[in-house]
Design a protein around this ligand. Structure first.
Ligand code: ZN
Length: 66
């Protein structure tokens, strides 16, 4: 993972709830997802989480759509 960006990004993005462009706080979360139960294998997927600073609505988006 070469993308280390520990600054909190304040971005202006469109918010569905507000129905306008608002300031969002964007962060990256690693979520662990179970892939196969039989060998207890887990895959860690980075998600981009943006939180509207106006209404608090959160949207998360999987980052690697390979
Ligand atoms: Zn909003």
């Amino acid at each position: 993972m070469a993308t280390t960006d520990d600054s909190v990004n304040g971005l202006t993005e469109y918010c569905d709830d507000c129905d306008l462009q608002t300031l969002h706080e964007v962060s990256v979360q690693i979520r662990t997802e179970s892939v196969k139960q039989e060998n207890a294998q887990f895959s860690r997927e980075p998600y981009r989480v943006s939180e509207c600073q106006r209404c608090g609505n959160r949207t998360s988006q999987r980052m690697n759509n390979a």
